[in-house]
Design a protein around this ligand. Structure first.
Ligand code: MLT
Ligand code: ZN
Length: 460
């Protein structure tokens, strides 16, 4: 170990697992963005809260930047370590600590995967309702850092609705126990909520107490093919009024082309501009009849061109794959990702404006639209044309994001709906937050992390 700072860290924590091999630096230094060349100083894999605290105190003493790290499935560079930072991976702190049947809470270490949280909740006959495709790899700590959303927000809300308490090591090295599982706590600022979505810039979450709830009633999954964006919003309005929705997701024909090429099964013959996968409560015959009536009404109005209802669990999974498989199917094309939100009512005007603008300015780009239309959250992925060099592609995509940011500003939207700002969207923060807000955010950061050791360069 040649680095004197690391030698001193080992002096403080002789049992700390520390990795410095090039393969490990590469592995832990990147997230799913794949845009930066990983160059961390080392990887620390603490096994206890005490070790995390000691690492942060050491970082303050030596002014070493720390990158908190979970499953590294993030899409905005929040977990990238490309500037000699110490990666603080919570991977080994992945246990369920407690279940409370009366409070209906599950207390977990922050390195646990979302899937393991689901499994532990099911074992007690309950659910943790936040869900999305990266469930098998992403960690709950990362979900909290970005206030992750996903495919069930329309029914259950974002991560922040489900956090009853947090244990955090703040940037100044203090251990904070925030809210302690209370339902009611009107005793001043809610620092727990401040931590959620702070992208590892205020503190490192080491433990979380999650609220659980009853499993939803039996449901049904339907795929619909639609002629245009206006129809999409009309179908949404009808389905939301007539059914009890658990999910309402959309994708375009371009997205379907990629996901089919990646092994998903076609469910509707022919190609249509837009598709919706929706899941809704289907408790009895009456609920199913209501769903069919809603669908037929949409067909009569010309808002739906075709549709399929899953006849089995396997078919429901196959329909969901058409939506959930999109990210994986796009990965080989090195997509430049945008994750925006506008108020639901502003979706059609925003989408039309953006599609026209992109077709005019960037006709050579394959642009894939999909996402959580029922939450006003759209994913806009620009795929790299083979002929374009990496640097030129990024530069053109940054211009696309600038156009997006300007359009969003006019529509009162946000440049990040659920992925976070990280490195990727840092330059566009002002399109969503006012100068006064950003100044206050910087001030808050200074209070929690006076030496700026936690995730510097991310968010701001
Ligand atoms: C999704 O909704 O599938 C995720 O946010 C991932 C993505 O945007 O690629
Ligand atoms: Zn999403």
């Amino acid at each position: 170990m040649t680095d004197a700072r690391l030698a001193e860290l080992i002096g403080r924590l002789p049992n700390l697992r520390l990795l410095t091999e090039p393969g490990d630096l590469e592995h832990y230094g990147r997230d799913w963005t794949r845009r930066w060349t990983p160059a961390p100083l080392a990887i620390a894999l603490p096994a206890s809260i005490d070790e995390v605290q000691a690492i942060i105190r050491w970082a303050n003493a030596h002014h070493v930047a720390i990158v908190p790290s979970g499953g590294r499935t993030g899409l905005s560079g929040g977990a990238v370590a490309a500037q000699g930072e110490l990666v603080l991976s919570l991977e080994r702190m992945n246990r369920v600590m407690a279940f409370d049947a009366v409070d209906r809470t599950l207390t977990v270490q922050s390195g646990i995967t979302l899937q393991a949280v689901h499994d532990a909740s099911h074992a007690h006959g309950l659910i943790y309702p936040v869900d999305f495709a990266a469930r098998g790899s992403c960690s709950i700590g990362g979900n909290i850092a970005t206030n992750a959303g996903g495919i069930r927000v329309i029914r259950y809300g974002n991560t922040r609705e489900w956090i009853a308490g947090l244990k955090v090591i703040a940037g100044n090295g203090e251990l904070l126990e925030l809210n302690r599982g209370l339902i009611k706590n009107s005793s001043g600022y809610d620092l727990r909520q401040l931590m959620i979505g702070s992208e590892g810039t205020l503190g490192v979450v080491v433990e979380a107490t999650l609220r659980l709830t009853d499993p939803p009633p039996p449901s049904q999954v339907m795929l619909l093919a639609l002629p245009d964006m206006d129809a999409l919003m009309q179908v949404f309005a009808v389905f939301r009024e007539k059914l009890s929705l658990q999910a309402f997701e959309f994708f375009t024909d371009v997205a379907q082309r990629h996901v089919l090429a990646h092994g998903a099964q076609r469910a509707i013959d022919g190609d249509y501009p837009y598709y919706v996968v929706t899941e809704f409560d289907a408790i009895d015959e009456q609920a199913m009849e209501a769903a069919l009536a809603a669908f037929e009404h949409c067909v009569e109005q010309g808002w739906a061109s075709d549709g399929v209802i899953a006849q089995s669990e396997a078919q429901a999974a196959a329909l969901w794959r058409l939506r959930e498989g999109i990210t994986e199917s796009l990965a080989p094309h090195r997509p430049y990702k945008n994750d925006i939100s506008v108020r639901i009512a502003a979706v059609p005007a925003f989408l039309q404006e953006m599609q026209e603008l992109l077709a005019r300015e960037y006709p050579h780009f394959d642009v894939v639209w999909f996402g959580h239309i029922g939450d006003g959250n759209l994913h806009i992925n620009v795929l790299k044309p083979d002929a374009l060099a990496d640097a030129e592609f990024i530069s053109q995509c940054e211009h696309v994001t600038k156009l997006l940011a300007e359009t969003l500003h006019r529509h009162g939207g946000s440049i990040s709906a659920e992925h976070g700002i990280g490195l990727v969207k840092r330059a566009y923060l002002e399109s969503t937050r006012s100068a006064a807000e950003i100044a206050l955010m910087r001030g808050v950061r200074q209070v929690f992390d006076p030496n700026g050791v936690l995730n510097p360069g991310k968010l701001f």
